[in-house]
Design a protein around this ligand. Structure first.
Ligand code: 5AD
Length: 348
């Protein structure tokens, strides 16, 4: 199996059979070799720097009805909120003071935030903090909206593909949502020039190992600048409330494999991983991740942005706890840096 890991590192690809075996492998020595190789590749590209992104969850209204998500339209239990532009700018400012140089605006698909409103918020942050990158994570919009956001100064866009298998996509989403449209959005974002992120949940209902192979193949072919993956965690007010959570170990394996497929990708240890593992940030870094996204949202709304139950939000994933994150990273030999943390092109 270690030969397969060497091959993956060298070729940035692996035949399906070997990739499947690696995904299924639970041998501790093999996995520790996988994580070690992922760390090496990450350190060649980014050294031991940990990039931080300040996450502003600015609306939990959503017009979609994804079966897995706690802020889906049909969840009448969700306490809905929207931040005002002024509040969003204040979050960005407090993040800036704490040392964040990337602000991530994340929200449900909320038609209240028209293109004009988003453009105004993006311009507001960029004029207040010209040295900050702005990342958007606001779902599917027409291409012309994406262009308007890019022209307003947004630098990056996260849009998880959720699953690269169309049939599986259909089991996670209601009929009105289209796999093809999501893929078209991702293509458009990349063409426009955003540093673009795709990603998927690990252990989502009905997911098979074949689905994960498709996710990896899609991810390698799409060549995104960022990849967001985290374990599925059930939410009590969704159709998937009785489903098992995804595996933290499988998530760590996938982080390492993605690092080997895409040596310079920006790869976060996500909140969902941190929710399942008390030391998720550390374990994520040690498996090849190089980004953490602490929460900058106003304290009062954090519990309301509940995509899944028990979401971690008051530990080191809170922006105010940056010192504790710094200490946690220092303990494993990594350094939180005050930097935009842009994507670097691979050397060859
Ligand atoms: N568990 C884990 N991740 C989830 N997401 C949504 N609901 C859940 C859940 N129950 C993820 C999706 C989405 C991102 C914002 O959060 O992948 O793209």
């Amino acid at each position: 199996m270690c030969n397969a890991i060497d091959r993956l590192r060298r070729d940035r690809a692996l035949p399906d059979g070997q990739m499947r075996a690696l995904l299924l492998c639970e041998d501790r020595d093999v996995l520790s070799y996988l994580f070690q190789q992922a760390r090496r590749v990450r350190e060649e590209a980014y050294g031991r720097a940990v990039f931080i992104r300040g996450l502003v969850e600015f609306t939990n209204h959503c017009k979609n009805d994804c079966y897995y998500c706690g802020i889906r339209r049909s969840n009448a239990q969700a306490q809905r909120y929207r931040l005002q532009e002024e509040q969003i700018l204040q979050c960005a400012q407090s993040g800036y003071r704490l040392g964040f140089r990337t602000i991530v605006l994340q929200g449900g698909e909320d038609p209240f935030f028209t293109d004009e409103k988003m453009v105004s918020i993006i311009r507001g942050i960029k004029s207040q903090h010209p040295d900050c990158a702005v990342t958007l994570s606001i779902g599917e919009r027409p291409e012309k909206s994406y262009r308007a956001f890019f022209e307003a100064g947004a630098d990056r866009y996260l849009l998880r593909h959720e699953t690269a298998d169309e049939a599986h996509y259909g089991l996670l989403h209601p009929a009105g949502m289209s796999f093809r449209h999501r893929m078209d959005c991702l293509k458009a974002l990349k063409e426009i020039g955003f540093q673009t992120g795709c990603g998927f949940m690990v252990g989502s209902p009905y997911q098979t190992v074949d689905n994960l192979l498709s996710d990896l193949a899609f991810t390698a072919a799409f060549q995104p600048q960022m990849v967001g993956i985290g374990p599925f965690i059930p939410h009590r007010d969704t159709p998937f409330k009785d489903r098992a959570a995804g595996s933290a170990l499988m998530t760590l394996k996938l982080l390492a494999i993605i690092r080997l497929l895409l040596p310079t990708v920006l790869l976060p240890a996500t909140t969902a991983l941190n929710t399942l593992l008390p030391d998720g940030c550390e374990q994520g870094m040690l498996a090849g991740a190089n980004v953490v996204m602490p929460n900058l949202s106003p304290q009062g709304v954090r519990k309301k942005y509940m995509l899944y139950n028990n979401k971690a939000s008051f530990g080191s994933e809170a922006a105010e706890a940056l010192d504790s994150l710094r200490a946690r990273m220092a303990r494993i030999g990594y350094e939180v840096v005050c930097d935009r943390g842009d994507y670097r092109q691979p050397s060859c």
